[in-house]
Structures are given as C-alpha cells and as structure tokens.
Design a protein around this ligand. Structure first.
Ligand SMILES: [Zn+2]
Length: 473
C-alpha cells in the first residue's frame, strides 16, 4: 500500500465540504440553497471517480442522484451484465457529514490537518475515514489483479445524517426494482474497543447486528396569546412541563432482547476466560437461552444495577431524550404555542406506533398535542443466527478481525444510533454495523462534536481490514 498517497486522498476527501446548511428538519431548504448544497456532493462523487480510476474501470457504476452512488464489482463467477449470483455482498458508506461550530474547534474543521499522528476534520471518523479506507483497499486489489469470487456491491449515500431518504432509500428501491438481494451487508457502526464495558479488558470487536429504531416527537400546547400582565390560571408552559416530568418519571420498561442476552453471555464467558477458565461454546449458547427465558425477570435487575450507566441502559430499553424546548420570543409576551421535542431510540419490539401510544398514555392529557417529526423507523432485528455468533458473513468478518486486530473477540452488539442500513433491511439476510478501527470511549466522543479526529494508525488498520475481508469474498 502506498501510504502517503492514501493519506493525501483522505485529506482531499475531508476538504470537500459535504456538511449541510442548517434548515428546519422538515421543511427542506429552498431550491437555490439545495443546489448550492448539492454541489459538494457531486464534487465528492467526481473526486472518487478521479482518485480511484482503476476501480472505476473494473466496476459497473451508477450515479442515481447527488446523494446516491452505486458500484458493482463483478465476481469472477459472473461476467459483467450477467444476472448477479445469490451470494452478493453489499458495502455501505456515506459521504455527507454533520455541520460544525467552527469557533469551538482548535483547528480548521475542513483543513484535514495532521498533528501528533491524528488527522483532524469533520468526517474523519463519521465516516469518510472508512469510505476512503475501503476505496484504497479495492483500488489496490484491482491493481494487484485481484477480483472477488462473488459480486461485491458498494452503495454510498449523501444524506445519511438527514435520514437517508434521497440516498439510501432511493438506492434500496432501485435494488428492489432490479430484484437484487444480498447475502449480507456491512455498514458503519461500532468499533473494536477497549475498556468499553466495565470489567472486560479483552478488546471487543462489536458487531452491531441489531439496530434500534428512531422517532422524534413534538409535544405542543396552544393557548391564547396576550400580554403577560394578565396570565391565565392554567398556562401552556406548565402543562408542557408536567408532560415532560411524567415522561422522565416513567421510563420505558426494560427488556432483554435476544442480541443483548447473547452479548451478556459472551461477556460472562470472557470474564471467566480472563480469570483463567475455558468456557465451552455450548455454555455460551445455554446461558443465552436461559437469559432469554428469564429476560423479563433479569432485565429490570440489570437496569437497576446499571442505572448510572447510560450506555448499558440504552441496550436495555427504549430511551427518550428531551432535545428541544421553545416558548415565547419575548419575556413579556404569552406564547401562543409552546413546544418540546423528544428524540426516542426504540428497542424491539417497540414499533413507532406503539411508542407514540405509550407516550400519549404516559402524558394522559389531550391538551398536549403529539406529532411525529421527520423520518421515523422501527427497530431492525438481528439475523437469528447472528445472535449465536454465526450465520451469513460472520465467519468472514471474524477472520478479518482476527487478522487485523489480533486478540480482539467479535461479539454480537446492538447499534443504538441509526444508520443507512435500515433502508436495506428487506434486501439482505444479515446486517453488520461495524467500523474497523480501534477506539476508546474517549476517541469516540469527538464524533458529531468538536475536533473530530482519527489516528492515521486506525486509518491504515481500516484499509487492512477491508483488504483482508474483500480477499475472502
Ligand atoms: Zn455516519
């Protein structure tokens, strides 16, 4: 691998500003803003074509719109143009990034500055680092004359950070129209981590095989506007505040999903291994089964013992985050409407509709109007075999981890954030949400925050991972 060239292309990718101008989530920007915002997305598509010419020549590719780019790297089993085999694999990535508060950064967020072995910039972790790493891997493999046995498809989205409706959803519909299915899918997700879970010192490759759902709700109370010198007896703000208080006092019930049951049994096995024991694979399976049966009893106990650990709690229940609050514009004006927004991450089996009904039942006051905001998605369950650390793709993924992250143990995990892969769930046997980088919880905190950065070491690890993985496909 030609390392300097790879780093240089990574820097160029960061410098193309694919962040999105701020606008209300629902309305969408006006036409001229839209055109200006789409220009860098198109520039990024052109950049990929120019930077990876060999890959481009050995693939079929489609630009569906500024937000959707698709490549097919034909497997040696089928010639270009032929009906693709049933074992095709799909690799997902996105090239849009979230906006920045530039004044809170210590470097230029789009400068791709390298300091102390790290590259700084919006998108270095989420997720141009992955995207460029996998392009470097395929370009190099093509140069070496390698072609995969089965079809590998790549679908890159330009609006993942805004629900993926133009990118991922368009592409998924396009695939469905062609009758294209995949054995499994790999998208961005959880990393190889150390000290992520209390008491476990072995590095864990967290394969997020399940994904929580996403729902934003607006809670609003209307009242007659007027002068604040004559306030009504019952005020809208007080009603809204009471509704929010009720929600915070009554969290969703905790539950042990099959993936989380499997996670805890794997962790227990790892713990006994760290103490010198050698757990049998069937012991893990047995513990998973027992935990699943006892789930309704175990989950509340776990929720209580981890009550101060938001990361573990998020695995055990549907969470509600209160994110926006709005009242009057002036200190002496009664607001005609007050509103709050809550953002929920739904744990199966809570569907979008069930969650709305539950919230409305908790609030129990029909003066508080509840309305869904933007795109919502129900949870995406795991492939049943993935819960047992096997099934489509598991072996290849685990082998690539073993080669690139020696000593790291792959375990089933649950993605608490939303990814583009949710749009493709009907097209695949199983989905992995995994980022092949070694990250501590502190490393991950810069995602969507200030001074986002990735170590060059991690960037090279990711290139190695994708190379090793594609060589097996
Ligand atoms: Zn992302």
């Amino acid at each position: 691998m030609e390392r300097e060239g790879a780093v240089e292309r990574f820097r160029r990718a960061i410098r193309i500003r694919t962040d999105w101008p701020e606008s209300p989530r629902e309305e969408g920007p006006p036409a001229e803003v839209l055109e200006a915002a789409e220009a860098p997305l198109k520039a990024f598509q052109d950049f990929l074509a120019a930077a990876y010419p060999r890959f481009l020549r050995s693939t079929e590719h489609w630009v569906l719109n500024p937000y959707a780019l698709v490549y097919r790297w034909p497997g040696s089993a089928a010639l270009p143009g032929e009906t693709p085999g049933p074992e095709a694999v799909l690799i997902l990535a996105h090239y849009d990034v979230v906006p920045v508060e530039a004044d809170k950064w210590s470097v230029d967020p789009f400068g791709a500055e390298i300091k102390g072995g790290f590259m700084y910039g919006r998108g270095t972790q989420d997720m141009k680092g992955n995207l460029i790493a996998l392009m470097e891997a395929v370009e190099e493999l093509v140069i070496r004359g390698f072609s995969p046995r089965r079809d590998i498809w790549f679908a890159f989205g330009g609006d993942e950070e805004r629900s993926g409706l133009m990118g991922a959803q368009t592409t998924a519909t396009w695939f469905a129209g062609r009758g294209q299915r995949f054995s499994w899918i790999l998208d961005e997700g959880s990393p190889v981590t150390i000290n992520q879970i209390r008491g476990i010192n072995i590095p864990l490759a967290l394969f997020s095989v399940e994904e929580k759902g996403f729902l934003s709700l607006e809670l609003a109370v209307d009242q007659k506007p007027g002068h604040s010198s004559r306030p009504p007896r019952v005020q809208a703000v007080a009603l809204l505040a009471r509704a929010l208080l009720r929600i915070s006092r009554q969290p969703f019930p905790s539950r042990l999903s099959p993936t989380v049951a499997a996670l805890f049994s794997h962790l227990a096995a790892l713990r006994s291994r760290e103490r010198g024991g050698t757990p049998h694979p069937w012991a893990i399976a047995l513990r998973t089964a027992v935990l699943s049966v006892l789930g309704p009893l175990v989950a509340p106990v776990l929720a209580f013992s981890f009550r101060k650990d938001p990361q573990i709690l998020a695995l055990l229940r549907t969470t509600v985050a209160m994110t926006q609050l709005e009242g009057s514009l002036a200190d002496n004006v009664m607001p005609s409407r007050v509103r709050a927004v809550i953002n929920m991450r739904l744990l199966a089996p809570w569907s979008v509709d069930d969650a709305i009904n539950y919230i409305s039942w908790i609030i129990g006051d029909d003066r508080v109007k509840i309305r869904g905001l933007g795109f919502a998605s129900s949870p995406v369950p795991a492939h049943p075999e993935h819960e047992h650390a096997r099934g489509p793709g598991w072996e290849e993924m685990a082998k690539a981890v073993a080669a690139v992250f020696p000593g790291a143990v792959p375990i089933p995990f649950i993605m608490t954030a939303a990814t583009d892969s949710r749009h493709y769930q009907k097209l695949a046997g199983g989905i992995f949400r995994f980022s092949p980088m070694r990250l501590s919880p502190a490393d991950m905190s810069s995602v969507h925050g200030h001074d986002e950065r990735i170590s060059l070491e991690n960037f090279f690890l990711a290139i190695n991972f994708y190379t090793t993985l594609f060589e097996m496909l």
